[in-house]
Design a protein around this ligand. Sequence first.
Ligand code: ADP
Ligand code: MG
Length: 699
Amino acid sequence: MDTLQTPIEYLKGIGPNRANLLKQELNIFTFQDLLHFFPKRYIDRSTFYKIKDLPKNTSEIQIKGKIIDLKMIPQKRGKRLVATFTDEENNMELVWFRGHQWIKESLKLNVVYVIFGRLNWYGNRPNMPHPEMETLENFEKGFSKNLQAIYPSTEKLLSKGISQRVIIKMMGELLRSFKNSFVETLPDDLRSKYRLIDKNTALKNIHFPENQDILTAAQNRLKYEELFFIQLQLLMKNLQRKQKIKGFVFEKVGHHFNNFFKNHLPFELTGAQKRVVREIRKDIGNGQQMNRLLQGDVGSGKTIVSLMLMLIAADNGFQSCLMAPTEILAKQHFIAINSFIGDLDITIGMLTGSSKKTERTKLATQLESGELDILIGTHAVIEEKVQFKNLGLAVVDEQHRFGVAQRAKLWRKNSTPPHVLVMTATPIPRTLAMSVYGDLDISVIDELPPGRKKVKTIHRFDSNRLKVFKFIADEIQKGRQIYMVYPLIKESEKMDYKDLMDGYKSIVRAFPPPKYQVSIVHGQMPSKDKDYEMERYVKKQTQIMVATTVIEVGVNVPNASVMVIESAERFGLSQLHQLRGRVGRGNDQSYCILMSSHKLSTEAKTRLETMTATTDGFKIAEVDLKLRGPGDLMGTQQSGVLQLKIADIIKDNQWLKAARSDATALLLEDPQLEAQKNTPLRQTLAKMKVYQNIWNYIS
Ligand code: ADP
Ligand code: MG
């Protein structure tokens, strides 16, 4: 008896060649994979149109009729094959622009065909280019005369003859060989709670739906099932993690923290900052190891929150580290934190890729003796060589620049893992956070410090450049500084590089020295040059910073009030939002000017419109999620959680919530799934692939 784990080549009609293609192109390795390879949509094969009633839209339609004439018609380039098709009352044309010979030979005149495809209309005359065709005889022998599944496919599969028809055949074969023997995986009470249909009916109808109602029922059942088991797995893992891994207890809030709070805090904390500090203090005092994501829009004041935690760590005799994704940022943190703590008795060091040997040696001694309280730096901080005496807290800034492997290194520094606080300005919609991170704790700073003015955002076409330059000159006149950002999506792209350099030259021409000074920073520069240029800008020695997205994260120059983004249509929403966050950090009104050409795709238009309409990072993230799907958002590449087979995190959000709450309730009652009635659940989980959660590496 075949099991679902049987390799796909053993299915009748597949064999090694096709199996290889299925593996390569669709990740289908086993019967199970094929069974869970779900259609992307369905088409209605039950309705036949009469030619005189054809709808004037471009949906796919189906007609029954005969070909009564076939001819080649020369056209500008090459020729086209045209068939006259009749439903016995009216005629229309079928057209082929390619593959003439083969089609001409295979078509038979005066035989009844079922044709299927989209229409082109020329005035009142429809024609159908490249129709799908089969003889009525074959059509009637076919699998599905009602709704027909359409599966995702690739060029390669099609060119190697694995057409929709072939996939449908394989599915039919698979379902026949199992004869309704798929094991039910959902408990009865959950099924009846949502009136979910049984597994066998669902699987059969998802591939070969008998009608729309049962198809919907099948989809609901399979979506719920998918989401439920993922949630169950995530929640169980997190329970286990919390039980297994002990954390350091930071029980007291002592001198360093109190002194800082009373005497050095340069401003009143916002309500959100206070709340977050409280949330985190609870977390690091309870004996569990903290894994917390701190989300807060750019400029919301995450740095000071992390500093306060590092002071608590110091109060409890622990060291901390703060890691930033770039050298510039590490330096900024170092400067900011030094100025925050003033004459407090705290020792801070900085370690980056360009730290000198002597500095490194000194740092190493200080770290190992425990003299150093806080180490700020780049990836260099987590190199194997760096040894702490007792690392108690690791803060990671802008986490999307850090890979799993890098974070994993943190854990090897101690036998007890440090508390981890990951700070990000990339807002993750709640829905997504829940499914990616399972039970990871999340804190949100959802309030900006008082007095911040919203950045005014406008969209201008390239043809208005002169006006934009005039505006820039006026702002510089007022003493402000300007960013001009060019896309450099892949830092190696020659074209982009040329655009950047041309842009730089034209800006220097429009803003000539000695009155104006222009800095430039891009990814191909050696890091010391970058730092030098950045520093000139920070010190107000230059008024304009021409840059690529290297300045995207974290850079803090409060006097900069204008962000001009060139070819803004080429940036993603989250990038645009990050870039805009570089201005609006001081007390002056700031501006973000999105430059684009007139040629805009619908998606690009939506992005630009979203940016001009709102500054709310969460709203922007929701739009981004809708446009791009979850795959590109931070942390999700590694997560795998989002590679769902049938459910859609956004559209099926209601099911996600239900699944999560059901899984939570179940685990509250039976955390290990030991009860007899939960055995099937345990077995299903055991067979399931492990959905990678970014925190999994620790368990
Ligand atoms: P981000 O969350 O983007 O990392 P920062 O921590 O860099 O933001 O803070 C942005 C700026 O706001 C800094 O200059 C910081 O000193 C200042 N800031 C932070 N919190 C407050 C507050 N409560 N009131 C006034 N200014 C604040
Ligand atoms: Mg920051």
